[in-house]
Design a protein around this ligand. Structure first.
Ligand SMILES: [Zn+2]
Ligand SMILES: [Zn+2]
Length: 383
């Protein structure tokens, strides 16, 4: 069996047996077992179900970390092929099956060739989708137990031609936060609004005023952001003014400064509108992902490795940023590094969107990913 056939088999096996974040018992056991078969030192349960493999060659103290995510989503798969999920309601709809298989393939290849001088850390992370896996590995000492000089990650992306690589220095992807606003009034009879306080009028003013945050509080040049109100719920009925309005939503931004401004600006608007109407409020802001910030130096290294694998014409090292989010962002706050996207394909061949029940990782790009990891290590830890 060729390495490509082997990696395809692993990928389809993982796809068929998907596991949700922090429940990756079978996947992490498979990863640990394969790494041991390759003669790689294995550390289990780093961040609950996370696995770290360590491969050292020569005596240089240089090191590099390569990270893949292993978790699946709570989606009912609509595909019907031999490797369709056998776990009802759980599906690898984000391609983490491919990421895990590619990093295993690279571990296999590097353990055979051993053409580098230094230490490679193969980091198999749990629970990326809920944003807790990277934090859990960091809390378990990923960067204090081990000295990892720089860290890299790769994710597939439908809509980019098969096997093309794209990345950029600085902010590649957005932070993601959610907010919850409760406007607490008295409510009352719809015919006699003057007898009480009305949270709907206040809530509507809050939603309108929030539109000024991006347009009036953030820089048009370097503080791109999105603020979306996604729910507006009341406990009223046709002839009853409600006593409560709940407004929830989601916000994305590319710098920590913009994120901080948004959190404060929403509360300022809520407090001001509620005070002027004489009603109470509760405000809760929750950050799930920080923006993914690539260091320029490591981005140049990642681009160089990708160009060596697929040619200069298939690598864009200065793509536009994406408003999607990734918990590798938390690792990049600990250690400098680079996140790169690899095209999953277009149209019928790999173009189905991430998190769609008909998505599938494109097996044609597996070896491009394996070779990217291998070349990156051989270039960064060159003999
Ligand atoms: Zn995802
Ligand atoms: Zn993903």
């Amino acid at each position: 069996m060729t390495i490509e056939q082997q990696v395809i088999e692993w990928r389809r096996h993982i796809h068929k047996h998907p596991e949700f974040g922090f429940e990756e018992a079978l996947t992490s056991a498979m990863v640990a077992q394969k790494l041991e078969e390759f003669g790689i030192e294995v550390h289990r349960n780093i961040g609950e179900t996370g696995v770290v493999g360590i491969l050292k060659c020569g005596d240089s103290d240089r090191s590099i970390g390569l990270r893949a995510d292993m978790d699946a989503l709570h989606i009912h798969e609509q595909n019907c092929f031999a490797h369709t999920s056998v776990h009802e309601g759980v599906m690898h709809a984000c391609g983490h099956d491919g990421h895990t298989a590619m990093l295993l393939g690279a571990a296999h290849e590097l353990s055979r060739s051993r053409d580098f001088d230094g230490t490679v850390y193969f980091i198999f992370q749990p629970g990326e989708e809920h944003g807790l896996g990277a934090k859990a590995m960091i809390a378990d000492g990923l960067f204090t137990k081990w000295k990892i000089d720089a860290i890299y990650a790769m994710h597939n992306l439908p809509g980019i031609p098969e096997g093309q690589f794209v990345t950029r220095p600085h902010s590649l992807m957005a932070s993601e936060s959610s907010f919850e606003i409760d406007v607490i009034a008295t409510g009352g009879h719809a015919a006699m609004p003057h007898m009480g306080t009305d949270p709907i009028v206040v809530g509507a003013q809050i939603v309108s005023a929030m539109q000024t945050i991006v347009s009036r509080n953030l820089s048009a040049i370097n503080e791109t952001a999105v603020i979306s109100v996604t729910e507006f719920a009341t406990n009223g009925t046709v002839n009853v003014i409600p006593s409560q309005v709940k407004i929830t939503g989601d916000t994305r931004s590319f710098t920590d400064e913009a994120l901080g401004k948004i959190e404060k600006a929403i509360e300022r608007i809520v407090a001001g509108q509620c005070m002027s109407a004489g009603v109470e409020y509760k405000y809760h802001f929750n950050n799930s992902f920080l923006s993914t910030i690539n260091s320029p130096e490591q981005t140049a290294f990642a681009v160089k490795a990708a160009e060596a694998v697929v040619g200069k014409e298939n690598v864009n090292g200065n793509c536009e940023p994406f408003t999607i989010s990734e918990d590798f962002s938390f690792m990049l706050r600990e250690v400098k590094g680079c996140y790169i996207l690899v095209g999953n394909g277009l149209g019928e061949c790999g173009g189905t969107a991430l998190h769609n029940p008909n998505y599938d990782f494109n097996d044609n790009i597996l070896m491009k990913g394996v070779n990217y990891w291998k070349v990156l290590v051989e270039q960064q830890l060159a003999n």
